[in-house]
Design a protein around this ligand. Structure first.
Ligand code: SF4
Length: 326
């Protein structure tokens, strides 16, 4: 499934594909414990304009959503009802945002530090590289989620070595690390190549990722895949840098096709009345909100009410678009 999704880059809700998706992919949002969804626009490299921040703030305020900065340097908005998702996304897409694919087995974020642009220790433009990487690999479906980090010097403020793909700037170029992750079994990424220029870095990541996508098991992250790979790290370096399997051109072509075919899933959904039909809480009452939702205010924002709060009556019933009682 992940191989097909990566090879053909079709819309996640196209035809038969829609029936193959898990809950989150099915509505392009992350379901939460009370049955509402969270919304995560892409903030490439963690860089956002003041105007972009204002739009996200206004959307969250107008729909009564709880907001939180994520570990991946973006902003998550919680408490959206299914039927609100298209209206929320219309506002975001109109302002230039696109899906952050927080719901997908795909590239999530490229975390970066400010690098040499602002930091006196920086030796390369880590934000510029992070944005370039995020825009290159956005939407890439893979066996598991993919996280990147780019640090502007060896001090490693972006924690790049805790990511599947970690890039650290040196005076000589970019050092590439692969196979890091957090989660249940934290792993440090290992050094894969040193002193790469921009093109060399992109080519190495293109091949590494496409080879991973084609050969890893479903839900296998990069670290266990590398561990299982016959010949280990040296063999993988051979595939990427010395074309030992004779497939480098094919891997390059596949990644180029992915980049060329990228489209924002939410913008495409908003333009397709058929796809929009799935965003209803009740099929026989499409404009009706789920009446079982209940919220209380905490630290100035809404959160789902506990069972005790529901019985005590100190809640708002009917969804988060109601003003929050403090
Ligand atoms: S990693 Fe280096 S360049 Fe980046 S913020 Fe930290 S000290 Fe500055």
């Amino acid at each position: 499934m992940c191989i097909s999704a990566s090879l053909y880059s079709e819309h996640v809700l196209d035809g038969e594909l829609a029936t193959m998706q898990d809950t989150n992919d099915h509505v392009m949002a992350n379901i939460q414990r009370d049955g509402t969804y969270s919304v995560v626009p892409r903030i490439a490299g963690g860089e956002i304009t003041p105007e972009g921040l204002v739009v996200i703030g206004e959307v969250a305020r107008d729909f009564g959503l709880y907001t939180k900065i994520t570990g991946g340097q973006r902003i998550d908005m919680f408490g959206a009802r299914l039927e609100q998702l298209p209206d929320i996304w219309r506002r975001l897409v109109d302002a230039g945002f696109e899906s952050g694919q927080a719901y997908g087995k795909s590239l999530r974020t490229v975390k970066s530090c400010v690098g040499q642009t602002w930091c006196r220790y920086g030796v390369q433009d880590s934000v510029g590289m992070a944005v370039q990487l995020e825009l290159r690999y956005r939407g890439l479906r893979s066996p598991h989620k993919l996280k990147f980090g780019v640090s502007g010097c060896a001090r490693e403020c972006a924690e790049a070595r805790g990511k599947d793909i970690g890039v650290i700037a040196t005076e000589a170029g970019w050092n590439l690390y692969v196979g890091g992750n957090g989660g249940f079994t934290p792993r440090h990424a290992v050094l894969f190549a040193e002193g790469l220029d921009d093109d060399g870095l992109l080519r190495a990541i293109d091949r590494f990722l496409m080879f991973y996508i084609r050969t890893a098991d479903r839900l296998q992250r990069t670290a266990p895949w590398m561990q299982d790979y016959e010949g280990g790290l040296e063999a993988l370096k051979g595939v990427v840098f010395d074309d030992t399997l004779g497939i480098a051109e094919d891997l390059d072509r596949a990644m180029a096709a992915h980049i060329d075919n990228y489209e924002d899933e939410w913008a495409a959904t908003l333009a397709d009345p058929e796809k929009l039909k799935r965003f209803q809480s009740f099929v026989n009452a499409p404009d009706t909100a789920d009446p079982t939702l209940a919220y209380v205010s905490e630290r100035g924002q809404p959160r789902p009410a506990t069972a005790e709060e529901r019985t005590s009556g100190a809640v708002f019933i009917g969804g988060t678009t109601l003003a929050v009682r403090s």
